[in-house]
Design a protein around this ligand. Sequence first.
Ligand SMILES: CC(C)(COP(=O)(O)OP(=O)(O)OC[C@H]1O[C@@H](n2cnc3c(N)ncnc32)[C@H](O)[C@@H]1OP(=O)(O)O)[C@@H](O)C(=O)NCCC(=O)NCCS
Length: 240
Amino acid sequence: MILEQGYIIKRKATIRQEESYTMRLVEAKEINAIMNLQHKVYEGLPNKQVLYKDTRQEMLEDLSNGAMVIGVYNSQEQLISYRYISFPGHSLKNLGNDIHLDNSELDRVVHLETTLVSPDYRGNKLQAITLSKAIELIKPLEMKHLICTVSPYNLFSLYNIMSAGLNIKSLKRKYASKELDGMWRFILHKDMSKSFSIENSELKMLKMDKIFEQKNLIEKGYVGYNLIKDSQMIQYSLSQ
Ligand SMILES: CC(C)(COP(=O)(O)OP(=O)(O)OC[C@H]1O[C@@H](n2cnc3c(N)ncnc32)[C@H](O)[C@@H]1OP(=O)(O)O)[C@@H](O)C(=O)NCCC(=O)NCCS
């Protein structure tokens, strides 16, 4: 089923070219296209810490448990972007645990997992467009909490996610394994059932990569609610 169609700009070196795109759900049998795009995007990243690579097995398992991958295809039917969302339920990986959500809320959590855009197609707001589509798709499922992780070194992703109303609730190392010491991640959250308001008298600002200063602030109850893109400063407030 086609979810959306439109036009995007492909940029290669100095050439800009308008091209049609189609958005649809990616099927499990297309896992190779997902893995290939992930590999290409990862290899092109100047800082590999910003992307935790999903394994084929993890994704296939998630897809069989109701996860969705919204794919964007170019005019040659090549996958150029995707957004992966999952429903962690009461599993240990539920990020609701990291922000101390009540146990009874965990089955209303949606994880915004990986989002990738092929370098030639960046700048078309595909991260934001696929997020709006994801919110539309999950509406009938009566989910309440949108949660994701973003690296404190990933300006573009953090800016897009915070612009969509997700706020920083935690900062910690995630994805630790035998080989890996873990990577710093903000945990961002939006409660879709209510609007977020700030305590105006208690505002603070910190640069997005100041790990320990932000961690201290968050531990005191501050929430990061806005990112100023040019200065890379995050505005924090006590939430009401
Ligand atoms: C984060 C990401 C998905 C955003 O892609 P996008 O939706 O195309 O980004 P936007 O359309 O919001 O881009 C806004 C501007 O930032 C630029 N931009 C976006 N991502 C960029 C990047 N990784 N490096 C340099 N510039 C980037 C765009 O070219 C655009 O510039 P313009 O204003 O001059 O046109 C994309 O950068 C990406 O795939 N990054 C690698 C994977 C990743 O970090 N994913 C998120 C964590 S899972």
